[in-house]
Design a protein around this ligand. Structure first.
Ligand SMILES: [Zn+2]
Ligand SMILES: [Zn+2]
Length: 188
């Protein structure tokens, strides 16, 4: 059937993607399974042996979540960001995942098209707030940078131009989900 002949009903799932990165709200750490967010068996959730911070229902959830948790497992204890939505943690995990590669080379296939991390647009509002004369935004950006340095180490924080581009992209495109339990960024 040609695409133009297709009709969709409200609620139809057109595309389902997995996040490029996700973080769990700090006050939920260890209280829910970090993969499926289950809290039914809180007492039966098992700690990740490496960090002793995140908990999982079992091996399957831990294995599935490792694609995200592997970037934060070794540095979670240093995360001093208590602000919702743990923005500097999300940014830090993304930087560790990009790992000094060129953003343009980082892409995911979405409906047969390669979408690059670099394709993220910065919203007009963030762009205006990013203007040099916008005082509160620059205070916010500098707070994020301080938290980021504490979290992933100064050697991993990109230079000022890249940092501010990345900050704008993530700020414009991250989503909060599941009753504000987590914050994620999707390329597709
Ligand atoms: Zn689970
Ligand atoms: Zn861990």
């Amino acid at each position: 059937m040609a695409a133009s002949d297709q009709f969709y009903q409200p609620g139809d799932v057109l595309y389902e993607g997995k996040p490029f990165m996700r973080v769990i709200k700090k006050d939920m750490w260890g209280k829910i399974c970090s993969c499926c967010f289950s809290r039914h068996y809180e007492s039966r959730l098992k700690f990740c042996k490496a960090c002793g911070i995140m908990k999982y229902c079992g091996k399957d959830c831990q294995k599935t979540d490792w694609q995200y948790h592997k970037f934060e497992c070794g540095v979670l204890r240093r995360c001093c960001d208590n602000s919702w939505p743990n923005f500097s943690q999300l940014l830090g995990n993304i930087i560790l995942k990009i790992n000094k590669r060129n953003w343009k080379t980082i892409s995911e296939k979405v409906l047969n098209e390669n979408v690059s991390f670099d394709d993220f647009q910065i919203s007009k509002q963030v762009r205006e707030e990013n203007s040099p004369e916008h005082f509160s935004y620059s205070v916010f950006a500098s707070n994020v940078k301080t938290l980021l340095i504490a979290y992933i180490g100064e050697e991993n924080v990109p230079d000022e131009i890249q940092f501010s581009d990345l900050l704008g992209k993530v700020l414009s495109n991250h989503v909060l989900c599941r009753q504000d339990i987590s914050a994620s960024i999707y390329i597709g």
